[in-house]
Design a protein around this ligand. Sequence first.
Ligand code: ADP
Length: 179
Amino acid sequence: MHRIRVYQGDITQLAVDAIVNAANSALNGGGGVDGAIHRAAGPQLMEACLTLNGCPTGQVKMTHGFELPARYVLHAVGPIWQGGDHGEADLLASCYRNAMTMAAAEQFQSIAFPAISCGVYRFPPDQAVDIAVRETVKALASNENLEDVVFCCFDEAMAERYRQKLHVPQGGSEGEGSA
Ligand code: ADP
């Protein structure tokens, strides 16, 4: 059965088939979730990323997870918010679509997403949550293998946005939902 859940905490702790990274287009690390993933995965992750020749916005490239509990990292490059009329919504949707396509191709059973573009890239969080949920639900409809989709949020306010969108009872630190 397909499950979508909200988890509040650090994505680097999750033992899933793949965690998604909110990367930059150079794939050369940075702050936020990207920095946390590189610290937890160890230096081999940077070596692997630097062989990939970067990644265009909206696209996704895969590496191993190295020292992470997750087997793989899907490096998704979200758009920088520039007011909304620069294709930001389509580019963010494309990140989720491409990650879900990759998960299907690799027959992953579990995947965890951070709130791509919602940190230093300043994407409006409510709109980002709508896009994230819409695209993952759509992709799940044609993926029988993927059993566990986790929206991993560092902070409570973001987790609550996902819970509301997914109709998960308020206040739980983890839950199931459907949209
Ligand atoms: P972007 O550059 O795409 O905006 P950020 O890393 O700045 O990426 O932020 C994306 C989201 O990831 C933010 O909501 C931020 O709170 C969250 N975040 C930061 N660190 C972690 C972490 N270790 N695990 C899960 N989410 C995190």
